[in-house]
Design a protein around this ligand. Structure first.
Ligand SMILES: Cc1cc2nc3c(=O)[nH]c(=O)nc-3n(C[C@H](O)[C@H](O)[C@H](O)COP(=O)(O)OP(=O)(O)OC[C@H]3O[C@@H](n4cnc5c(N)ncnc54)[C@H](O)[C@@H]3O)c2cc1C
Ligand SMILES: NC(=O)c1ccc[n+]([C@@H]2O[C@H](COP(=O)([O-])OP(=O)(O)OC[C@H]3O[C@@H](n4cnc5c(N)ncnc54)[C@H](O)[C@@H]3O)[C@@H](O)[C@H]2O)c1
Length: 450
């Protein structure tokens, strides 16, 4: 492997072997750099070990329950089975270990040194990794984020998403504080698998930041399924009592639960890094970066959750590659944040791309919204109604579609396939041109009229 700068141990030292760090290291190696990556925990970071992957496996497990419920309407007799929780937990662990191994092998094959230790800056080119001191010409900080635990009495008794993958047993009564991505997804998972779930959010509806129609539609679905949702209900404190907890929230009687999950957001994991020693500046608790992810030290970049722009795995990967391109080739590849699709893996899913109606109205006066509200064929045999929602936000001056918001099964797949066309300036008329596949959910996108 080439070595560009002999004054240092490495051309590039990456801090954190998560989504952003791994992508950055691989890209730098492709450009001939000698690269090491420091990791204090498991290779793969949050996504592989305690985020997207084990969470999605749990979502798959939970979704069987909804299929069983529908199966009865299709004539299946006794479709209901029992979940073996330890079996599911074992599946998560096995799959995660396989992925960790695969990632470590990939690093080895690429000639990237994996240094297993907690990293602390000594100065702008040197990092202490336990007993070892490693120097590098350039660095990329990709240390990710950690859950926010508000400063409230008894908060230390709350679980965070990290523990949700290895619970001894599913709690009978689960209280979730925070109805963002994590609260909504674990609410769906645990309710489907058998817990009584109460979800309290300080906002006026779950999923702040998403379009209001999407938020309301998904909230109604979750409530219909039996999840109790309390809005405008911030947490005040947690008290333990007789093997369970009394959860104090604003304006209501305390709630009783066997476990409390705190999911009120995440913050950059910067403790112990000693950024001051490297002269790397922060702003509002995150590492401050410029267009090319360069920090206040031009040879040090930062990417992913620790810069707190858009904390999603594909974004961290794209930022990691862009930072490596910039550091080694001065290639400007900043991420286009305007068209990043995102999804909440509940049942049904909620997914969105582009502007919400309210964000679009803040930018422009003439905004039009078109809607499709429909019962997917799959649910037609059910007695209870099931309404999916597609909302398209259009700039009337240009007729361009500026946002799409969907609550439906497989909404995530539908939304992300729109990204290339939306980036090219798709108009609403063009969206209704294609002939769809019948009968599918996706064809509804092409049937929306103005
Ligand atoms: C429960 C949950 C579910 C999620 N689901 C999704 C999803 O479905 N889709 C999606 O796109 N995103 C999802 N996310 C978000 C996604 O996981 C993150 O945005 C992504 O992992 C960020 O990547 P990163 O490289 O910035 O950080 P991370 O993946 O967190 O990696 C940072 C790494 O740095 C290491 N580290 C930290 N400090 C140090 C140090 N001082 N020395 C050495 N190593 C250090 C950490 O151990 C970690 O391995 C989810 C997150 C959570 C918590
Ligand atoms: N499917 C996915 O892509 C996915 C899944 C999980 C996590 N993530 C990423 O992880 C990040 C963190 O997720 P998260 O769910 O922790 O944060 P979030 O920002 O999505 O949601 C936090 C929620 O907590 C509420 N809240 C804040 N303080 C509160 C209080 N004191 N009492 C009650 N409610 C309170 C907020 O109103 C909000 O609804 C997300 O922003 C997302 O980028 C993505």
């Amino acid at each position: 492997m080439g070595h560009l700068n002999a004054d240092f141990d490495y051309d590039l030292l990456v801090l954190g072997a998560g989504s952003g760090g791994l992508a950055a290291a691989q890209r730098a190696v492709q450009m001939g750099a000698k690269v090491a990556i420091a990791e204090r925990d498991a290779v793969g970071g949050t996504c592989v070990n305690r985020g997207c992957i084990p969470k999605k496996l749990m979502v798959y497990a939970a979704n069987f329950v909804h299929q069983q419920q529908t199966a009865a309407a299709y004539g299946w007799v006794n479709p209901k089975g029992l979940l073996d929780w330890p079996n599911l937990r074992q599946l998560l662990q096995t799959r995660v270990e396989q992925l960790q191994k695969a990632q470590a092998e990939k690093l080895k094959k690429a000639g990237i040194d994996l240094l297993r230790a907690d990293a602390t800056f000594i100065d702008a080119h040197r990092v202490a990794l336990g007993e070892q001191i490693v120097s590098a010409a350039k660095l990329i900080i990709a240390v990710g984020s950690q859950p926010i635990l508000p400063d409230l009495p008894g908060i230390e008794q709350a679980l965070t998403s990290r523990q949700m993958f290895s619970l001894e047993a599913l709690p009978r009564r689960l209280m979730i504080v925070g109805g963002g991505y994590i609260g909504a997804e674990f609410g769906h998972i645990c309710h489907a698998l058998g817990s009584e779930v109460t979800l309290a959010d300080s906002s006026e509806a779950i999923l702040p930041g998403f379009d209001f129609d999407l938020r309301q539609r998904l909230q109604q679905h979750l409530q219909q399924q039996g999840i109790q949702i309390l809005t405008e209900t911030p947490l005040k404190g947690i008290q333990s009592e007789r093997g369970g907890y009394r959860v104090q929230v604003s304006g209501r009687e305390p709630l009783v639960a066997d476990a409390v999950l705190c999911a009120v957001g995440r913050k950059p994991a910067l403790d112990g890094l000693d950024l001051d020693a490297a002269g790397v500046e922060t702003a509002a608790g995150a590492i401050a970066v410029g267009t090319h992810y360069q920090t206040s030290q031009p040879h040090i970049c930062a990417v992913g959750d620790c810069i707190d722009r858009l904390p999603l795995t594909p974004v961290a990967k794209a930022e990691g590659r862009a930072a490596a391109d910039w550091l080694f080739d001065q290639l400007p590849h900043p991420v286009d944040y305007d068209w990043v699709p995102s999804a909440v893996f509940t049942y049904p899913q909620a997914a969105a791309i582009g502007l919400t109606e309210s964000a679009a109205r803040q930018q422009r006066d003439d905004i039009r919204c078109s809607y499709a509200r429909f019962q997917p064929l799959h649910y037609s045999p059910l007695e209870s109604s099931f309404e999916a929602l597609i909302k398209v936000v259009v700039d009337q001056t240009t007729e361009r579609v500026v946002g799409v918001h969907i609550v439906a099964p497989r909404a995530a797949e539908m939304v992300q396939m729109l990204a290339p066309a939306l980036r090219q300036g798709l108009t609403q008329a063009e969206l209704s041109h294609p002939i769809g596949i019948h009968p599918t959910l996706g064809e509804e996108l092409f049937n929306i009229s103005t």
